[in-house]
Design a protein. Structure first.
Length: 70
């Protein structure tokens, strides 16, 4: 929804768009702030990003490459 609001905010404004969509203006502004400064994200979100990268790396290294049996 943040991308949608960004795309239309110049024409309609943030508050009128948020009045129609199920998002509070404060949530929109907080998401934008987190995009500019990832340090504003909750610790859990930052930890999940680190763990996700680790899980992807382990999965890639553990999975053998697919080979055709033909």
């Amino acid at each position: 929804m943040v991308r949608f609001i960004d795309a239309h905010r110049e024409v309609y404004g943030v508050e009128p768009i948020c009045a129609v969509l199920p998002i509070a203006p404060s949530v929109y502004y907080e998401q934008r702030a987190r995009q500019r400064d990832p340090g504003r994200c909750p610790r859990r979100v930052r930890r999940d990003e680190v763990l996700s990268a680790h899980i992807r790396r382990v999965w890639r290294n553990a999975m053998p490459p697919c080979r055709s049996t033909s």
